[in-house]
Design a protein around this ligand. Structure first.
Ligand code: CA
Length: 241
């Protein structure tokens, strides 16, 4: 297993409020992306706190993977919510979170908000997670196309976030990992500018996950990168010799 993550402030924002985490021991891997929101530096506090807390709780937990993901999410939510009520500068802050736990031919995902997970094989790419956003609801009901959603004026409005209330519900997804497959997690700063087809083409053209991530960020920067851009990639099971 090879894993790599990268984040970039982009060309317009003065701060980077995205955060990511990646870990592997060669057999298992954990990767996540958070996209914070809130005034001043609060968005950054929320995303960093979520990433740290989620990774820490997950690493220390035992039992079924789904339960561990839910528990890590709940504790990350509580950490942000508590902080937002203790610190006036952090009032109302929140963050998205998308995380994956992979190993032994299977990957489990949990998400809140509009940061995404994609599953890539040499044959195709598909979005694993469903966004909790206004435009995603419009796309699902057929009132907007994916293309229109990427440039919609309200594309940043999310309908679920971590840390804005005492409780949050994350959606869980599972995928069987094929040989030569990859996982890609990203913030909307990437998915609003780069299509899934382009992500797949980049993955097929770039062998190393680090090169692939760097190329995807470069593509977003070439297109103006109005938002922070974050991408984490895992290549899962190497093709047998
Ligand atoms: Ca964003």
């Amino acid at each position: 297993m090879n894993i790599y993550g990268i984040t970039d402030r982009g060309r317009v924002r003065t701060q980077n409020q995205d955060a990511f985490y990646e870990w592997t021991d060669g057999t298992y891997a954990v990767l996540l992306v958070c996209d914070g929101m809130g005034g001043a530096k609060a968005g950054n506090v929320a995303s960093t706190l979520a990433a740290q807390q989620f990774a820490e709780v997950l690493a220390q937990s035992h039992g079924g993977v789904q339960e561990r993901l839910r528990d890590a999410l709940a504790q990350a939510n509580e950490a942000i919510y508590t902080r937002s009520r203790q610190d006036a500068a952090c009032q109302g802050m929140g963050t998205t979170l998308v995380a994956a736990f992979a190993g032994e031919g299977r990957a489990y995902f949990i998400n809140v908000g509009d940061s995404r997970a994609y599953y890539l094989t040499p044959d195709g790419i598909r979005q694993v997670t469903r966004d909790h956003s206004l435009v995603a609801e419009l796309v699902e009901s057929g009132r907007l196309t994916e293309e229109e959603a990427r440039s919609h004026p309200n594309r940043n409005v999310i309908t679920r976030a971590l840390g804005t209330a005492g409780d949050v519900i994350g959606d869980i997804f599972e995928v069987d990992l094929e040989e030569d497959s990859r996982l890609l997690l990203c913030s909307d700063g990437l998915s609003n500018l780069v299509t899934p087809e382009e992500m797949l083409q980049t993955a097929l053209a770039e062998g190393r996950v680090a090169d692939c991530c760097a190329r995807l960020v470069a593509l977003a920067l070439e297109r103006g990168a109005p938002d922070n851009v974050t991408v984490v990639m895992l290549d899962t099971v190497p093709k047998s010799a």
